[in-house]
Design a protein around this ligand. Structure first.
Ligand code: OGA
Ligand code: MN
Length: 292
């Protein structure tokens, strides 16, 4: 069956038909999906009944893979292997985490707008999220098109942004939530890293704002001034006309380009199971080494 993509969001996001991820895709099919990502930045694949191995194999078509070093669970407490990010509210016995569990509170950071792994020197390119179990209601994932947000900025603000470098850290986004209980090892591991504020997509050539709630400083700027500017830009970029809300069904796989969209999780009943598995494709290198 031929691959086809129908736009489902306001200015981006497409739903793909004609792909069976469990069966595996050819390199031609992967190239078609890649081209779809250039244009839509978010792709939804429905009814993909897959396990972690199938998900990982599919993800590998799109570049080198990341490991889940942004997760907070200690190695002995992990439910999933290191090549899978655990986007669930479960412990390793499959029990729902208690309301005040440290891992749950840390994971609530996903409800703030962000781009995956912008706190790593080489951030994420694509994220692929597979829904294994979802709650009865709520728990959508929202995406914001940072290319459209860039295009809609006035020329003066664009000029001001163009060469700025932000500092991103997981400690910044978590401290916004009042979560500050980090041990010395975590503080060291999550020291701020520099990221360009404006990026050019290597294939489409389009510019986008590169923001995340991990961004807490702009090089050369006083911190409060940097934070108010980042806050204003984020407010601009996440206006309704740039946002698509994905309503999950079990066995959806959603794939997004972290270079060109931000995303966030929405609330749901925390006593219900929500189990999603994420594989993550790494970017080609630090954003400062990429073309402006
Ligand atoms: C992620 C993420 C949002 C959600 O998987 O990286 O931020 O809705 N997920 O769970
Ligand atoms: Mn995320």
């Amino acid at each position: 069956m031929a691959i086809s993509i129908r736009q489902v969001g306001p200015c981006f996001a497409g739903e793909v038909t004609g792909v069976d991820i469990a069966k595996g895709v050819s390199s031609d099919e992967a190239a078609e999906i890649d081209a779809g990502m250039d244009r839509h930045a978010v792709l939804v694949f429905r009814d993909q009944v897959i396990d972690d191995d199938r998900q990982y194999a599919f993800s590998c078509h799109f570049g080198p893979m990341e490991t889940a070093t942004g997760d907070i669970a200690q190695a002995e407490d992990r439910r999933l292997p290191m090549n899978i990010n655990d986007i669930s509210n479960l412990d390793k016995r499959g029990e729902v985490l208690a309301r005040d569990d440290r891992r749950r509170l840390f994971n609530l950071g996903n409800m703030l707008w962000h781009s995956d792994s912008s706190f790593k020197p080489t951030p994420a390119k694509f994220s692929l999220l597979s829904a294994r179990a979802i709650p009865g209601e709520g728990g959508n994932t929202e995406f914001a098109d940072m290319r459209a947000a860039w295009d809609a900025l006035d020329a003066k603000t664009q000029a001001e942004c163009r060469d700025l470098v932000c500092e991103h850290s997981l400690l910044t986004s978590r401290s916004l939530l009042g979560f500050a209980e980090f041990n010395a090892e975590e503080r060291l591991k999550w020291q701020p890293v520099p990221q360009r504020l404006v990026r050019r997509h290597p294939r489409s050539g389009r510019l986008s704002l590169y923001l995340a709630s991990h961004a807490g400083a702009i090089r050369g700027w006083p911190v409060p001034e940097a934070r108010t500017f980042i806050h204003d830009l984020t407010e601009h970029a996440t206006q309704r006309q740039f946002v698509h809300a994905h309503q999950w069904r079990q066995w959806d796989l959603v794939m997004w380009d972290n270079r060109t969209v931000m995303h966030r999780a929405r609330r749901y009943d925390h006593t219900q199971v929500r189990d999603l598995h994420r594989t993550t494709v790494a970017d080609s290198g630090p954003t400062l080494e990429q073309m402006a």
